[in-house]
Design a protein. Sequence first.
Length: 138
Amino acid sequence: MARLRQSLTLPNDINTIPQLCEFIEGIGEELNLDMSLTMSLNLALEEAVVNVMEYAYPNDVQGDVTIEAIANETHLVFILSDNGTPFDPTKKEKVDTTLSAEERSIGGLGIHLVREIMDSVDYEYCDHKNILTLIKKI
């Protein structure tokens, strides 16, 4: 049974990111999560949501991203969904963090960060929607 179930829908406008931060902080408080865990979750979710806002929709096309949070006693699950261009961030090659910043290719650090923070990152494209599922043991 879910201890918590909340959702937030934002337009693809990065100026709405403070609303995402408030949403995550509220979840952290409700679940009595450690502040450092809440901050890490906030960072991971911000990276994932900003990527959707910047890349899912063509320039000047209004779209939304929905963030659903579901928690039980042991796990916190975030499901991000959008109707944008299909894109599987889990297919991005892992970033070689042993290389210097100059040697690395551009991009990929956001999904790397998400992978480092979350315990599981899964993607599917279903019914014309990108669905990114992020799971964290709590």
